[in-house]
Design a protein around this ligand. Structure first.
Ligand code: RBF
Ligand code: MG
Length: 308
């Protein structure tokens, strides 16, 4: 169940166990919080509820900051629901909302609209006007209004705290395998298959689906082994993010070749999950040399994805 906005006096729950955050990427740190929410909701016989914002608050508060998001709103909702939440509340974030004092937010949303029983947040969570609200304030207000507060500690992987910004940095470097360790799954880019140049099938004998990415962040350009989600099926593939310098194309594109598949994909929506980086994109002296390299990429990708 997804609620867009939460008007006063409606959509209330009886014993909600609530978490709140931006959850961009829904990474392992977020997943630890969500797991705690679901566990506590069971123990307290309440509803597991996640609150998130749309657009991302920093897009409103710091529009000049470059903040390419990891997940589209649709992906985020899917992932939050898959984590076991019963309800997700998407609060529209605007200047008015940003000006709401932390105490007023707690009273109006947690107490009046949601009737929370417990709030679960990351250990460093801040909220409200100028980020004035923190866990101590939540605990103090909880004592007055009859809800408890749990802080979830950060998750570390290989000695680094899992964060959306670390994952962004890894993806910008093409380190997709490292990123997937922090995400708990391969980084996924969704988009519709659009008309390409037809050059792949004609000149290289390697047809590619050209995808118009919905995600704001693409991994660094290069060649990747990928899992491609097409409706209910997941198919192995090899993807190129780049400008096809062999052809002096110029425009950055995301193309994916599905191993052992031939069929028409135009207009379909796919999700490309980046598993491993195989190599950099290069300019080849001839079309034959590029075609030979791509055949090799296909072999390597199929080995990486589990040997076929
Ligand atoms: N184009 C290049 O110019 N250099 C490359 O190194 C390169 N590697 C690719 C690897 C794979 C697995 C695929 C599917 C495509 C690659 N391309 C590369 C893009 C290729 O030129 C493009 O798919 C065709 O031109 C059709 O648009
Ligand atoms: Mg193509």
């Amino acid at each position: 169940m997804v609620y867009y906005d939460l008007p006063p006096g409606r959509a209330s729950f009886s014993r909600a166990v609530v978490t709140i955050g931006n959850f961009d990427g829904v990474h392992l740190g977020h997943q630890a919080i969500l797991a705690r929410v679901c566990k506590r909701a069971q123990e307290l016989e309440g509803q597991a509820v996640g609150i998130t914002f749309e657009p991302h608050p920093l897009k409103v508060l710091r529009p000049q900051l470059s903040l390419p998001l990891l997940t589209t709103p649709t992906q985020k909702l899917e992932l939050l629901t898959a984590a076991g939440l019963e309800a997700v509340v998407v609060l529209p974030f605007n200047a008015d909302f940003a000006g709401l004092a932390a105490r007023d937010f707690v009273t109006q949303y947690f107490c009046e609209r949601l009737r929370v029983r417990e709030v679960v947040v990351g250990h460093d969570y801040c909220f409200g006007r100028g980020r004035e609200g923190n866990i101590d304030l939540l605990k103090e207000m909880g004592r007055a209004h009859g809800f408890t507060v749990q802080a979830v500690w950060a998750v570390e992987v290989d000695g680094a705290v899992v964060s959306s910004s670390l994952i962004r940095a890894l993806l910008r470097l093409g380190k997709v395998a490292e990123a997937s360790h922090l995400l708990g799954r391969p980084y996924g880019v969704t988009g519709q298959v659009i008309q390409g140049k037809g050059r792949g099938a004609k000149l290289l004998k390697v047809p590619t689906a050209n995808i118009r990415p919905e995600n704001e962040l693409l991994p660094a350009s290069g060649i990747y082994a990928v899992w491609v989600r097409r409706g209910a099926e997941t198919l192995p593939g090899v993807a190129n993010i780049g400008t096809s310098p062999t052809f002096e194309n110029g425009e950055l594109s995301l193309e994916v070749h599905l191993l052992d598949f031939d069929g028409n994909l135009y207009g379909e929506n796919l999700e490309v999950g980046f598993v491993a980086r195989l190599r950099e994109e290069r300019r080849f002296p001839s079309i034959d040399a590029l075609a030979a390299q791509i055949r090799n990429d296909i072999t390597v990708a199929s080995q990486v994805l589990g040997g076929k």
